[in-house]
Design a protein around this ligand. Structure first.
Ligand code: B12
Ligand code: SF4
Length: 465
């Protein structure tokens, strides 16, 4: 009976389950938890345009597993995009799906299948697992899953030029209580720029090899989305929904100078508005291409500049294979301080750093950490985004620490709260005190008086990692 009633509300026998912590689209823990999943958006768009209709549910739209259990009743197929931080949720959802639909099939893909296949294989409820990109395989897999082995290597497009424009109405709609400020199918503001926010991707892979990330070891490189295509999508979204600002989710926006020059030339001229945007760069390339950087900030409204400074100590930067030095970091900081001051004098809104900082890196000494906090204090226009180093599978250092048994991020709990301890042997008590400002005298050593006078309390800046 329950199954029959549940089926009445279904448009399809196939359900795509959006993943995230329970309730994130009902009572969100923070703004970033509300962002939409481009993998889901792209693949559902491809499916629907090929006549394969899927229903959508979301673990973020329920506040308990029993509700999800009722919603999953009656489907033949469950599809999920699994990242490491959603692996435990995906595991639980698949278990429930099989309990209520013993004959149903579970299809999974996503980053975790690429970087931690053993953990995916360990979940018997995952019937078909796709590693890598899914755009050129998803339709066939969904239409005829039994034609595929348990593990399949996916097929991606050669270039993002071949990607369809995501139909954003295929993204989950937040709970009623959030709708006024969410601006679905665009996204809410997290304080970087005005709403509605359009999150976009212009490039897929960062070519550097920082040991805590090095995504180019597991995401095949692909051509960048042509500038005209990016602008056309923004204008389409603006005409339809009204865009306030953009978040460019590229791991590394500040790469390919030729593309960036074309962006500088066309975006201010062809976009409906020069929407302010958040995007990521590196300090060494800011130093290498200062004119390009300044033009992007001034002419294209790149006003929230995410930089992975990570550390203020050369020793640690080397250990991370960051290929940026203390000097590179200080160059970028002083350069932006100057540009921002100039723009303020001209009566314009100054740009800000979204400064990514890591603490608790294995091998970091107290003095390394003081140097990092000193560096943070020299930034005049900044949102500090501090996290404890987290050993993710896929990254070289993550794999190493997992193999050595030092990771505290178990497969049952990749889920991290900001203050969670992530690596064995790290003195997190010291870092808690550091962020609470208890070592401010040490940190202030050698700082100019205006920098030293800044509050040394950064506990609030600690984010999930
Ligand atoms: C945008 C982004 C975010 C956004 C939005 C996340 C979201 N809701 O989608 C924000 C900023 C919130 C975010 C946060 C974090 N992120 Co993030 N993020 C990204 C980023 C840059 C792009 C993701 C994306 O949209 N890719 C494009 C889409 C199209 O790719 P995709 O989702 O992987 O899907 C493709 C395939 O996987 C496959 N596929 C997917 N599902 C399925 C299903 C089937 C059946 C099939 C056949 C195929 C298939 O096909 C798709 C098309 O090719 C990636 C890096 C990257 N370049 O991908 C990191 C990345 C996914 N993030 C990562 C991490 C670690 C985090 C954080 C923990 C913190 C951090 N260090 O950045 C937080 C945690 C968030 C949380 N809620 O707890 C890691 C994940 C590592 C891992 N082992 O899983 C990545 C890989 C970055 C990295 N190099 O470390 N992130
Ligand atoms: S941390 Fe940043 S620069 Fe380093 S590989 Fe990852 S995205 Fe690239």
């Amino acid at each position: 009976m329950l199954k029959f009633l549940a089926k009445l509300s279904h448009k399809s026998d196939i359900v795509w389950l959006d993943l995230g912590d329970l309730g994130d689209l009902v009572y969100p823990d923070g703004p970033h938890e509300q962002w939409q999943d481009h993998g889901l958006g792209l693949l559902r768009t491809i499916l629907h345009q090929n006549g394969v209709i899927t229903d959508l549910l979301s673990t973020r739209l329920v506040t308990n597993w029993d509700t999800l259990r009722r919603q999953l009743h009656g489907y033949n197929m469950l599809i999920m995009n699994v990242r490491s931080y959603t692996f435990p949720i995906a595991h639980q959802a698949a278990k429930i799906f099989k309990e209520v639909n013993p004959d149903g099939i579970v299809l999974v893909g996503g980053m975790h299948a690429t970087v931690a296949l053993d953990e995916m294989l360990g979940v018997s409820y995952f019937d078909k697992i796709c590693r890598g990109a899914g755009e050129n395989i998803i339709v066939d897999m969904v239409k005829d899953p039994h034609a595929f082995e348990r593990v399949t290597v996916g097929m991606g497009a050669k270039s993002m030029a071949d990607w369809l424009m995501i139909d954003r109405t295929l993204w989950p709609k937040p709970a009623r209580r959030l709708r006024r400020n969410f601006h679905w199918p665009l996204e809410p503001s997290c304080g970087w720029g005005p709403p509605p926010v359009a999150t976009i991707l212009t490039s897929r892979v960062c070519p550097w090899q920082c040991v805590f990330c090095n995504e180019n070891s597991y995401i095949p490189s692909m051509g960048r989305k042509p500038v005209d295509m990016v602008i056309d999508e923004l204008n389409y979204l603006d005409n339809k929904y009204g865009v306030g600002s953009i978040v460019i989710h590229d791991s590394m926006f500040f790469q390919h100078p030729r593309w960036l020059n074309e962006w500088i030339e066309k975006y201010p001229r062809k976009a409906n508005k020069i929407y302010p945007y958040w995007a990521a760069g590196r300090s060494d390339t800011v130093r290498q291409w200062p004119d390009l950087f300044e033009a992007l900030v001034r002419e294209t409204n790149w006003d929230t500049i995410s930089i992975g400074f990570e550390s203020g100590s050369d020793r640690i930067l080397r250990l991370l294979n960051k290929e940026c030095t203390e000097d590179d970091n200080y160059f970028a900081i002083e350069f932006l301080n100057r540009i921002a001051d100039d723009m303020e004098r001209e009566g314009k809104k100054p740009p800000k750093f979204w400064a990514n900082i890591m603490l608790g890196i294995p091998g970091e000494t107290h003095e390394d950490a003081f140097k990092t906090m000193r560096m943070v204090k020299t930034m005049r226009h900044v949102f500090p985004s501090i996290s404890y180093y987290a050993p993710y599978p896929g990254s070289a250092l993550g794999y190493q620490l997992i193999a050595e048994g030092k990771s505290l991020m178990s497969k049952d709990n990749y889920h991290r709260f900001p203050g969670d301890e992530k690596v064995k042997g790290i003195d997190y008590g010291f870092y808690r005190d550091l962020l609470a400002g208890k070592y401010d005298d040490e940190v202030n050593k050698g700082l100019a008086s205006y920098q030293a006078s800044k509050s040394g309390v950064f506990s609030e800046a600690l984010i999930k990692a």
